[in-house]
Structures are given as structure tokens and as C-alpha cells.
Ligand binder design. Sequence first.
Ligand code: ADP
Ligand code: MG
Ligand code: MG
Length: 204
Amino acid sequence: MSADWLKPAIQAVAETLIAHSEELSDLDSAIGDGDHGHNMKRGFQAVLEQIDQIAAEEPPKALQKIGMTLVGKVGGASGPLYGTLFMQAGKSWDGTPSVAAVAAAVEGGLDGVKARGKATAGEKTMIDVWEPVVAALKEASDKSGADAAAAARSAAETGLEATREMKATKGRAAYLGERSIGHLDPGARSSELIVQTLSDLVSK
Ligand code: ADP
Ligand code: MG
Ligand code: MG
């Protein structure tokens, strides 16, 4: 049986990313090739096209399906990386809607991204959002879902903002070296948008 919150959650995340597509591409124009918003839009439009099939699955399996859709539809670095994030998060989740189980799922996704992109925190990537989010969720394991969601949201914001002063050492932005400093990382912004959207839904 699928969960009744699943379809609205997928829809909200997809719509948020699509609505911010121009902003994400603008961020990518400053330090990359200007396509991050386009890439995310393409991937999440494909997710929306299949939303009924995806949301019919148990949540962990649904995450894996989203991941596979993104890998199949999105070119560039973010397709395989976001694909891995969702696939590994799904594989690392036992389906329990507890803060601890969700923390373990997101941590599984984060570990997958790190392995796939051979990157770590501090390199000005989406990892700089997901790593503090995992830490915040773990720390909030005995708190309510709403408190954990608020902690994750705030960790994502701080993580995103921290990418501004980082020098990129992975991905296309690394070609800019020192000139990447002073700009937010586009993948960190899209990640923060995902956390923000989900957090808002939990807090409602
Ligand atoms: P491309 O760089 O191929 O054009 P996108 O623009 O869609 O792909 O995605 C760029 C984002 O991908 C970056 O902002 C960064 O957050 C993320 N990224 C790039 N390389 C890595 C990596 N090795 N590990 C983690 N994230 C990465
Ligand atoms: Mg790009
Ligand atoms: Mg590209």
C-alpha cells in the first residue's frame, strides 16, 4: 500500500524545483554551464509524468523509482548524483515514518552521492547541504517530526549559505578555482529547496 502523503510530497518537490528552474540555471551560469535548472526541470517533469505509478509504490520503492527516472532523464553531473541520492535513500529506508528511520535513509543517500561523486563536505556541492541535514535529523531522533523538520530546514539553509565562500574543487565549478568563491552552489540550492519543501509539508 502506498502512503497518502506520498503523492502530494512528490508533487510539491517537483513543482518547487520546476518553479525555481530559472534561478537554478542562473546560479549555474555564474560558476558552471548554466543548465542546472533545466536539468532538474527535465528530470522532475518526467517524475510528474509518472507520478501515479511512482506514488502507488511503498515510499522506499517510490524513492528508488524517482532515482531511476532522474538517472534516465537528466544528463550532466546532477542526473547520476540526484539519481543515486534518491535510489540509495530508498534502499536505506525500512519505510518507518520515524525521524530516526528518515535520518538513516537520507544518510544512505548522502553516502551514495559521496561515493559516486568522489566528493566530501567543503567542496561546494550538494553534499554541503545534505551532510548537515543528516546531522540535524540524527540529533533530532527523539524529537517530533515537526521539530526534526524545522531543524533539517535550518541546517539546509546554513549549509547552502556556507557554499558561497567555498572554493569549488569538484564538478564544472572547479575549473573556476578561486573565482568560484562568492557564489552559491546551484546543486546545494536545489537540495535546500527539496528539504525546505518537505519540511514545510511535515510542519503543516
Ligand atoms: P553539470 O555540472 O554537469 O552541468 P548540473 O549543472 O545539473 O550538472 O549540476 C551541477 C551540480 O552538481 C553542482 O552545483 C554540484 O552541487 C553538483 N555536483 C557536481 N559535481 C559533484 C560531485 N562530484 N559530487 C557532488 N555533487 C556534485
Ligand atoms: Mg550545469
Ligand atoms: Mg551541464
